[in-house]
Design a protein around this ligand. Structure first.
Ligand SMILES: [Zn+2]
Ligand SMILES: [Zn+2]
Length: 181
């Protein structure tokens, strides 16, 4: 998604809402073809950009519906990633773009970037927001009981008679095992 800078007037924020197919995002569609995630709908972005002093301030929100495989029970479940960002854009030179043009200031969650010419392309930023929020160990639920390591039964749906030995003993001793449901 691109914003043409001339469209942004002084003293007037410019807002845009777009829904784009996953295929518009090389990194996201790459993850999808690798089977890491399945996006279940278009990636939605709301971006408001305004002129401020010598720079542009963009405030955005990205919404990405997807389906993930639970790392404990392997079941697929649906989730929605929502991520917000603020980026300060300064007009850059071609040289800046070749060099590193993104400095992340973690304490403020503010990203500083530069643009060249008359447009800002948010594609990379949107992808980054989504990939950052995809859990490394997805869980269908905090209470997911996972699969029995012996027989593979999905313990969320059924129980089994396997002796899980030390593991379950230690586990129940350590944890006050209440299932809140
Ligand atoms: Zn699970
Ligand atoms: Zn079992």
């Amino acid at each position: 998604m691109k914003i043409i800078i001339d469209q942004i007037q002084d003293n007037k924020p410019f807002s845009l809402h777009v829904e784009e197919k996953v295929e518009s995002f090389p990194v996201l569609s790459g993850m999808q073809s690798a089977g890491e995630v399945t996006f279940t709908g278009p990636i939605g972005s709301d971006i408001t950009i305004e002129r401020e002093y010598d720079h542009l301030r963009a405030v955005g929100r990205v919404v990405a519906p997807l389906s993930l495989a639970c790392s404990r029970c392997l079941a697929r479940y649906d989730d929605v990633i929502v991520s917000s960002f603020t980026i300060i854009f300064r007009k850059g030179t071609a040289l800046d773009a070749v060099e590193e043009d993104e400095i992340e200031l973690n304490e403020q969650d503010l990203i500083s970037s530069s643009y060249i010419g008359n447009e800002i392309d948010f594609t990379h930023e949107i992808e980054e927001q989504v990939t950052m929020e995809i859990p490394l160990k997805p869980l269908c639920s905090e209470n997911c009981k996972g699969l029995c390591p012996v027989c593979g039964t999905d313990l969320n749906k059924a129980s089994c008679d396997c002796s899980r030995g030390d593991f379950s003993l230690k586990f129940s001793a350590l944890k006050d095992f209440k299932v809140s449901r």
